[in-house]
Design a protein around this ligand. Structure first.
Ligand code: FNR
Length: 368
């Protein structure tokens, strides 16, 4: 245990630091990640008319018009409350779903509750997700849902982040029981998510057994909370933890054909092509945090709205090029898996080559 652990940092200050450190990671554009090892086989006569494409997606009792969402980030300080306000405006203007950052601070400090309420105030008819850690009780989950009149609840699993966080928790064993308790108490869909280190097939099977019907694998390759929390340490360097975990690509491959909740993907999404790759690997919708936060801080809410609108339009056009009438039909596209993704498949016993010939299967959509 560290002897130089700082006095418990103000939680609001920590939220501000997360924003600045996450932005620093994304500022210099998109780094290479596992999405680059997933390529579509191009079939030049496969294209269909754009107006035949419907981007709507359904999973675990949820229906969205587009398979894209602004993933959980922030709230808890004056500055992050303003960021939440702008993210909520962007969600309202583009029609995408939005998740809150962790709301435990609002349950402890009612003064900052408005920095979360703004997500609903600015977006009264949108799809809003509350967010808590797996330490939360059923009562706390009900209060968080009530605070933003949430349509769903995200529960984040973040043992690596807590470990590198100077003031983080070192107690993780109660999480499965807490998740089961929350699932039993709330009447909105529960989505278990990581915060950028990925959910393995084993974890996905466990959360399904706990009664969870939706999971966001939130993998590595984008925002790296091991690096973010390490930057907040004075000593006891955890720099060696940078890059820990599995990418969303690997998580989706790991889960393929398994007994898992309906899957969402996030972590390292840089472009609409990455969204298409995740959908083609079985994600029902794709969440973006760092890339959208960077656009917001770079060019304000106008740039973020324009960016999300462009992504939605481009998603439609890419579906048309690939001959897919909607996200579910992307399960019949041919994918070339290379590099470290192919290595992951080999080591986990996954038939990587089979993904390159999916369009030859008679039941191509049914196998997703
Ligand atoms: C996050 N993320 C996050 N997740 C969560 O469940 N609760 C939270 O409070 C936060 N806080 C947070 C702050 C900031 C500034 C960022 C950028 C992200 C994690 C987020 O939802 C996502 O899982 C990861 O960031 C990986 O996605 P990207 O950033 O690579 O698209």
């Amino acid at each position: 245990m560290s002897t130089d652990r700082p006095a418990r940092a103000s939680q609001g200050a920590r939220k501000d630091e997360h924003v600045d450190l996450a932005r620093a990671q994304h500022k210099h554009g998109a780094a290479r990640n596992d999405y680059d090892d997933v390529r579509f086989v191009h079939h030049a006569l496969a294209g269909i008319d754009r107006d035949r494409v419907d981007l709507a997606t359904t999973f675990g009792g949820i229906a969205w018009d587009v398979p894209l969402f602004i993933n959980g980030m922030t709230g808890g300080s004056a500055r992050t409350g303003e960021i939440n306000r702008q993210l909520a405006v962007a969600a309202r203007e583009t029609g995408v779903a939005i998740a809150s950052g962790s709301m435990s601070i609002a349950l402890r400090e009612p003064d900052v509750a408005d920095t979360f309420r703004v997500l609903r105030a600015e977006n009264p008819d949108g799809f809003v997700m509350a967010n808590l850690s797996a330490d939360a009780t059923g009562d706390q989950a009900l209060r968080a849902i009530d605070l933003v009149r949430a349509d769903a609840l995200q529960i984040h699993l973040n043992s690596v982040q807590e470990t590198v966080m100077p003031e983080g928790s070192r107690h993780f064993s109660a999480w499965p029981d807490r998740i089961a308790e929350i699932v039993g108490r709330v009447d909105v869909p529960v989505i278990v998510k990581e915060v950028g280190f990925g959910l393995s097939r084993t974890t996905l099977e466990q959360v399904l057994e706990l009664g969870v019907s939706i999971a966001d694998v939130s993998g590595a390759g984008g925002t790296d909370f091991a690096r973010i929390e390490n930057a907040r340490r004075a000593q006891d360097d955890y720099a060696f933890m940078a890059g820990w975990g599995q990418s969303a690509v690997c998580c989706l491959l790991d889960a393929a054909d398994g007994q898992t909740p309906a899957l969402l993907a996030s972590g390292g999404v840089r472009t609409p092509l990455d969204v298409m790759r995740a959908l083609a690997l079985g994600a029902r919708a794709v969440g973006v945090s760092g890339t959208f936060l960077n656009a917001l801080l770079e060019g304000g809410v106008e740039l973020l709205v324009a960016r999300i609108r462009a992504w939605i339009e481009q998603l439609g056009q890419l579906h048309a090029v690939l001959g897919a009438t909607g996200p579910a039909a992307l399960g019949g596209t041919d994918l070339l898996l290379g590099g470290s993704v192919r290595e992951f498949c080999e080591l986990r016993g996954i038939d990587a080559a089979g993904f390159s010939r999916r369009s030859e299967r008679p039941d191509k959509e049914a196998t997703r």
